[in-house]
Each structure stands twice: as C-alpha cells, then as structure tokens.
Design a protein around this ligand. Structure first.
Ligand SMILES: O=C(O)CCC(=O)C(=O)O
Length: 199
C-alpha cells in the first residue's frame, strides 16, 4: 500500500487511519463521461439480505472485473469497461497493485439513495489489501463510525478515500442521505480479490 504525496492521513484515535486525496486532473470525469457512466446503472436496484430479511438496496450497484459478495448477495462482475479502466490503472499504480475489482454505486439524490453503516465484506478479498473509493459528481458525507462517534469526510467530485483493511475490520462506514443532499453521485470502489478458491 502506498499513496500519492498529496494524500492526507487521518488518525481515527484508535490506532487506525483513513487516507484522503484527489484524483489527478487528467483523470477528471466531468460532463459526457459522467453521463456515460451514469447511464450504465442497472435498471433495478439489487436485493440484499439482512439476516432473514430481504431488502431492496437504496442505490444501484454493479461489480466489474471481479464478483463481489456482500450482504447475502453476489454482484456478478461484468468485464471492466473502457471508461473505468483508467481509474483501475491509477489505483493499482498509486495505492496497491493487487487491486483488481471495481464495484460502482450510483446514488440519486431524488431517490434518497444511500449506503447504511457497514464494514466491507472480507469474502474473496485479499487480506491486507486496502479499499479505495473514488467519488464522482454530487457532494455527500462519507462517515467513519468510530466507537460511538461519526467522523465526517465531505466527499466531492474527484475525492478519494482509502480505508486500509485493518481499519475496515475495526470501523464501519456509511454514506447517508441527509436533508439537502441533491444531485447524482457515483462512487467507484476498488478492492483486491484473490484468485484462490474460497476455503
Ligand atoms: O459510496 C461510497 O462512498 C461508499 C461505498 C461503500 O461503502 C461500499 O461500496 O461498500
């Protein structure tokens, strides 16, 4: 795991850290490219499981490159499309070359899309490989849940949050829909998956 020099470390006060930074300007995702990626969201929101309950997730998501199994649901991966390939390449070069899977979340402010407090599933992920989130479009608040406190990180277009695997094991995160949240946000989340069969 490494970081571009303009990234900042945020100690959570528990011996764990998250890192924030920004995509380089040449990877700017404005205008047509944002619309192209927005148009790729699935038609239906996925169903996720919480224990016995089946719930419709309040966002759209889709895996690319590697399947991702979480919340009782597997997002079956489509091939990484050309529009996402530069983001994957940048993340591998700048943060961790083991990163090989992309999960895109689409959040529509009008639909109050959000993601609840959770720790990322370890299923299939390479132990020790960090989780990288690139935020595109509208601004939202990314919360790290540390003990009983919520540490807010305001994430706007091009902002990047890196959660080391050890931090994810200890602390949950969420992106709520808050009053006044408008517009459309896409998060491109990148993780490293093992090619070993699950034990
Ligand atoms: O949209 C975000 O910034 C967070 C996404 C997330 O937590 C996830 O995909 O598990």
């Amino acid at each position: 795991m490494s970081f571009p020099s303009n990234f900042h470390a945020h100690a959570l006060g528990t011996g764990h850290t998250v890192y924030t930074g920004a995509l380089p300007r040449e990877l700017l995702f404005a205008g047509d490219r944002f619309e192209e990626l927005w148009a790729m969201h699935p038609a239906d929101p996925p169903v996720v499981a919480f224990g016995e309950k089946r719930l419709v997730a309040p966002r759209w998501h889709q895996a690319f490159g590697r399947d991702y199994e979480f919340a009782g649901f597997t997002s079956r991966a489509a091939p990484v499309p050309p529009i996402l390939a530069p983001l994957l390449a940048w993340t591998r070069a700048q943060v961790d070359e083991r990163i090989n899977g992309v999960l895109v979340n689409w959040y529509d402010g009008e639909r109050e899309h959000r993601i609840a407090q959770h720790k990322d599933s370890p299923i299939g992920r390479i132990p020790g490989c960090p989780i990288v989130t690139i935020s595109l479009g509208a601004t939202r608040t990314f919360l790290m849940h540390v003990r009983k406190r919520e540490l807010p990180f305001v994430v706007g277009d091009r902002d990047v949050v890196v959660i080391p695997d050890a931090t994810n094991k200890k602390h949950a995160h969420s992106v709520p829909h808050r009053p006044g949240d408008t517009g459309r946000r896409i998060s491109v989340t990148l993780r490293g998956f093992s090619d070993e069969p699950a034990k």
